[in-house]
Design a binder for this molecule. Structure first.
Ligand SMILES: [Fe+2]
Length: 182
C-alpha cells in the first residue's frame, strides 16, 4: 500500500479546474430534478444544505474568526456524513455496475474535499487570510463534483440499477447518513 501524499493548494486548484472542465462538457444525461429514487432526492437535499452552509460561511469570511469556526465545523460534519454515506452506498454500486473509473474519481474528489474542509477550519482558527481562497476552491470543487454526480453519473446509476438495487441503495444511504450524523 502506498503512502497517501499530502494534497497541496495546487492539487486542489488542478482538481477543481479538471472537474469544472468536465462539468462544462456536454452531458449525455439530464439531471432528474425532484424525481428519481429516494436516495437521489436525499442526496440532492444534502448537496443543497452544503451549498447553503458554504454560502453563509463565505458571506462571513471577512468577519471574526470565532464566528466562522462553528459554521465551518458544521460544514465539515454535514460533508463528512454525506461523503461517508455515498462511499458506503453509492460509489460501490457505481463500480459494481460497470463505471469503475467514475467511482475512483469521485472517491478522490471527496478525499480532497475533506482535506480542504480541515484546512478551512485551521485557517479560520488562526485568522489566516488564505481562508477566503480555500473557501472559494472548496466551493468550486463541490459545485463541479455535484454536477458530475447529479447530471451524469447518478442518472446512469439509476438506469443501470434494478428497482431492488435502487431500494437497497436508498436504505443504505439513509441509514449510513443517519448514523454518521448522530
Ligand atoms: Fe455528493
Amino acid at each position: 500500500m502506498t503512502e497517501p501524499t499530502s494534497l497541496s493548494r495546487r492539487d486542489f486548484g488542478a482538481a477543481a479546474a479538471a472537474a469544472a472542465a468536465l462539468a462544462a462538457a456536454p452531458v449525455a444525461a439530464q439531471p432528474l430534478r425532484r424525481a428519481g429514487p429516494e436516495w437521489y432526492r436525499a442526496i440532492q437535499e444534502h448537496h443543497r444544505q452544503l451549498f447553503d452552509l458554504m454560502g453563509r460561511a463565505m458571506d462571513g469570511a471577512g468577519g471574526r474568526p470565532m464566528t466562522l469556526v462553528p459554521l465551518i465545523r458544521r460544514i465539515n460534519m454535514v460533508n463528512a456524513a454525506h461523503a461517508i454515506a455515498e462511499e458506503v452506498s453509492i460509489y460501490p454500486m457505481i463500480d459494481i455496475l460497470g463505471m469503475r473509473g467514475r467511482s475512483q474519481s469521485l472517491y478522490r474528489e471527496q478525499q480532497m474535499a475533506k482535506v480542504m474542509g480541515t484546512r478551512m477550519l485551521v485557517e479560520a482558527q488562526q485568522g489566516d487570510p488564505g481562508l477566503r481562497d480555500t473557501m472559494r476552491q472548496l466551493s468550486d470543487a463541490l459545485r463541479a463534483h455535484v454536477r458530475e454526480e447529479e447530471d451524469q453519473t447518478y442518472p446512469d446509476l439509476i438506469r443501470r440499477a434494478s428497482p431492488a438495487q435502487n431500494r437497497m441503495i436508498s436504505e443504505l444511504y439513509s441509514e449510513t447518513f443517519r448514523r454518521a450524523s448522530a
